[in-house]
Design a binder for this molecule. Sequence first.
Ligand code: PMP
Length: 401
Amino acid sequence: DSVFSHVPRAPEIPIYAVMTACSKDPSPLKLNLGMGVYRTEDGKPLLLNVVRRAEEILVNDRTAVKEYLPITGLPEFNKLSSILIFGADSPAIKENRVTTVQCLSGTGSLRIGADFLAKHYHQDVVYIPEPTYSNHPNFFIAAGLTLRKYRYYNPQTQGLDFQCLLEDLGSAPSGATVLFHACAHNPTGVDPTLEQWEEIRRLIRCKGLFPFFDCAYQGFVSGNLEEDAHSVRMFVADGGECIVVQSFSKNMVLYGERVGALSIVCKNADVASRSESQLKLLIRPMYSSPPIHGAAIAVSIMKNREMYDEWTIELKAMRNRLMSTRQQLYEALLQRGTPGDWSHIIKHVGLFTYSGLSEEQVAFMTREYHIYMPANGRMNMAGLSLKTVPHLVDAIHAAVP
Ligand code: PMP
């Protein structure tokens, strides 16, 4: 008998279950609005042209070797990533009080960030928005921290529940960490306005709470990398401390290359440097050092003006396609006379629309129309196209009373 015979089967991770069910469905009508990955108008995965060009440069670089990277990753990647999120003339960078380390995409950065807090921060309470990215609780639970939720989304208005957010954070214990999505909130597609961010910032600083930003969609809201970094930059401009996690999965379409970074913005250069020395101790027994290739692609693109510009054009094209898909879906529902107010479809930003469809309605649409999305009704707008909008409208029309 196996020494592991007692091991119980773990439940399937819900978003993967949706993907499996979809891939098994033989219907030519099937529509995959599940996992948050970008698709072209033809429903195909995308490789950015600028990424292809960067890879050609890397392949033809005869001086390239496959030595281990330092524990903290490619130094140039760290430098350029911090400039991307904090801005080229960020005082925090100039004063050397930011440490940025390359990690295994957003996920790995979140995990290292959570472990750092657990080991080196005095307050173990972490607030996450309700709802949030389904993996978020896991990082903080794995680190042994204490999770709490703050209200974020109002199902009645299908927008931000700003008063409740302020109330919940206002009653948080001093020093508590608060997780924010820098932009393009997953799963709701609802972000605070700049004025609301400013109010949140004042509350966080005046109560001595600790902000932790997850930035997985920089560029997907406005089409502009600088603009989408605004929330983070407000919290850095006030001179206070924060943690920021970046992912290049979406905005460079590098999902499988696992490219991302963790930054700790500190009060001074000495604390930043000591914090970095501790990050090495967390990383070393986990994976020793990160992989080279994806980070090298990101460096090629970010350090070359012309390639950087090409990147921003391709990024903007993705964002614009998402916007026009939203518009088409909204107009088609209006035209069809489907009961309900569907304006949230064009108000939500980023990759997702939090449709408001119930679990039963989603199950009905999957069963009768071969349309796949998670039970919370989150629709990946990139899974949709001009061609498939009518089918989705048929399904929604049949699902709502
Ligand atoms: N944070 C958020 C909000 C996300 O939506 C995702 C991906 N779905 C991630 C982090 C992690 O993605 P990755 O590990 O590919 O960077």
